[in-house]
Design a protein around this ligand. Structure first.
Ligand SMILES: Nc1ncnc2c1ncn2[C@@H]1O[C@H](COP(=O)(O)OP(=O)(O)OP(=O)(O)O)[C@@H](O)[C@H]1O
Ligand SMILES: [Mg+2]
Length: 305
């Protein structure tokens, strides 16, 4: 077995082609399986997203091994776009991405800086560049997540300050790509339009990852997972009812996938607490954990016919 020295510079000494490296030790050292397994476990569905992340992680792992034996391993460009409707997990996955990139030695710190247009673009002439650069400085060594990135581009106004931000951004994405990953997020159709109008930006994005809306079953599983993490539990009947709740909620305006599930559960907890307090007397641990049908049934959705 050959000792893997990840600090070694490329091309210093390439080992003989037959030399064997121990993949499992590099995996252990980078927590490769742990992070990916956690991603699998803590996020319901999103199979294509998870597959792509696994591929990226594998590439970084192999690059690390290549570098360790003196083979060239140019840092790949990892700027991405995350498209999808509200509440489909874009911000959550970006956070995980930052952690994985850090574990695998791609970025130094692995933090996430989440911004929107207002954090980057100034109101007056001369304000935008310093504002954008300040954000980039904060994000260096980690991931810069720009939500609703298309607001940086205003087709109807050529002199919009957003253009300045885009230009600085593109330059940094090219020059600092081994220590900063930029993720542009937003609705799919608006993002497609944005990339069509900004081919320079489009060509710097290596991975376009689409976050589909969740199915009812997935949303109910997400609810179970969220409750489990908070040490609550739906009774069998309450889960049936919650499923019906989700089906109805999905048809209504402003439905936001997993975010709507989280909000509905917050309200269910409120009702559960109120029910217990009203009832008074002795309360068991099981009572404290249990969400019952009436906690769901009291929802506005079941009131209006
Ligand atoms: N697949 C999933 N499994 C479990 N929980 C999820 C999943 N997707 C999202 N969530 C949870 O739903 C909530 C909303 O997710 P998140 O903020 O990542 O969505 P988003 O796509 O960034 O939404 P927005 O566009 O509204 O910012 C979070 O609390 C997150 O933990
Ligand atoms: Mg978000």
């Amino acid at each position: 077995m050959t000792q893997v020295d990840t600090e070694q510079q490329p091309n210093e000494s390439v080992l003989a082609a037959e030399a064997k490296l121990d993949l499992s030790s590099v995996m252990a050292e980078t927590f490769y399986e742990e992070v990916l397994e956690r991603l699998d476990r803590e996020l319901i569905g999103l199979v294509p997203v998870k597959t792509r992340i696994r591929e990226i992680a594998s590439l970084l792992l192999i690059d690390r091994m290549r570098r360790s034996v003196g083979l060239s391993a140019m840092p790949p460009s990892l700027h991405m776009s995350f498209t999808g409707n509200p509440g489909t997990g874009k911000t959550t996955v970006a956070l995980r991405m930052a952690e994985i990139l850090h574990r695998l030695g791609y970025v130094r710190k692995g933090h996430l800086v989440a911004v929107t247009r207002d954090d980057l673009v100034g109101q007056y002439i001369g304000h935008t560049a310093p504002k954008t650069k300040e954000v980039l400085k904060r994000a260096m060594g980690g991931v810069l997540f720009i939500d609703e990135a298309y607001y940086l581009y205003k087709a109807e106004n050529e002199r919009d300050y957003g253009q300045e931000t885009l230009e600085i951004l593109m330059q940094v994405m090219e020059n600092n790509r081994d220590d900063l990953v930029v993720i542009l997020a937003g609705y799919k159709d608006r993002m497609d339009e944005f990339f069509k109008m900004n081919p320079g930006m489009s060509s710097r994005i290596a991975h376009h990852i689409d976050f589909p809306d969740y199915h009812v079953d997935e949303l109910v599983q997400i609810a179970d997972l969220m409750l489990d993490q908070q040490q609550y539990q739906l009774t069998e009947e309450a889960r049936e009812l919650f499923r019906e709740y989700v089906e109805r909620r999905m048809q209504m305006p402003l439905f936001a996938n997993a975010r709507s599930v989280r909000n509905a559960l917050d309200r269910a907890r409120l009702r559960q607490a109120n029910r217990l307090v009203k009832r008074g007397g002795e309360i068991s641990v099981a009572d404290l954990k249990r969400i019952e049908t009436e906690d769901i049934l009291a929802s506005r959705i079941f009131q209006e016919k």
